[in-house]
Design a binder for this molecule. Structure first.
Ligand SMILES: N[C@@H](CCC(=O)N[C@@H](CS)C(=O)NCC(=O)O)C(=O)O
Length: 213
């Protein structure tokens, strides 16, 4: 079994899931979009994106959520809920991608990815738009986390990891997480989990390009 990854947000999330679940797996740093790499990677993922899970030598699985589901089933874990909490978990995954995570992504793209990869100048209008969406979504998330440690109650699930996809990149995005005390506490709680805080430990993978000053 092999997980192709980079240090970017979605592959980081998949590596963190594999680490959390103690999956016996080979971690392979990959650059599907680098010159000369697309021929190798297109059969594995036509989108040329990461993460990619090769799990049986014939077929490859892409999309982080599908990979997290597969890894959790493989581990016999309820991290991806398979009980009566499953619909609620899927609700939060779906909402995250349309709301909280999407807002984080907009801001992170402008303040993190664009300068890191020299894609172009930060668009302040998009940052404002992203921050507006962030505050709207954060208010809902704040209420949800005000009286429980994790999105589904007392036990962490993939919904927490998914919701937090961009928080490890907040040095670049500078989202005002601290204005939301319950979200801040939840993020601190996540950071006490080794697999979340440091998924790339001992893995051979170059650092992301630095942010210019
Ligand atoms: N919807 C996809 C998104 C995958 C994606 O956008 N991956 C980005 C990183 S966040 C990527 O592969 N970028 C090129 C790279 O990291 O080399 C998923 O959830 O897996």
């Amino acid at each position: 079994m092999k997980l192709h990854f980079s240090r970017n947000p979605n592959p980081r999330l998949a590596v963190a899931v594999a680490r959390l679940l103690d999956t016996e797996i080979e971690f392979q740093f990959a650059e599907p979009m680098a010159p000369g790499q697309s021929e190798r990677y297109r059969p594995l993922n036509p989108n040329l994106l990461l993460p990619i899970l090769e799990h049986d030598g014939r077929r490859a699985l892409w999309e982080t959520d599908a990979i997290a589901c597969w890894l959790s089933r493989h581990a016999g874990s309820n991290f991806w809920r398979t009980d009566e909490d499953e619909p609620e978990m899927i609700r939060w995954i779906s909402w995250a991608k349309e709301n909280f995570m999407k807002a984080c992504d907009i801001v992170h793209w402008e303040r993190g990815t664009k300068p890191r990869y020299g894609i172009g100048p930060c668009d302040d209008t998009m940052v404002e738009e992203g921050l507006g969406q962030f505050h709207k979504a954060a208010a809902i998330l704040e209420r949800e986390l005000s009286d429980q440690p994790w999105l589904l109650g007392d036990v962490i699930s993939f919904a927490d990891f998914r919701m937090a996809t961009f928080l490890p990149f907040n040095d670049a995005a500078r989202l005002p997480i601290a204005e939301y005390p319950s979200i801040q506490r939840w993020s601190d709680r996540l950071n006490r989990i080794d697999a979340w805080r440091d998924p790339f430990r001992k893995l051979d993978a170059p650092d992301l390009p630095p942010l210019p000053n």
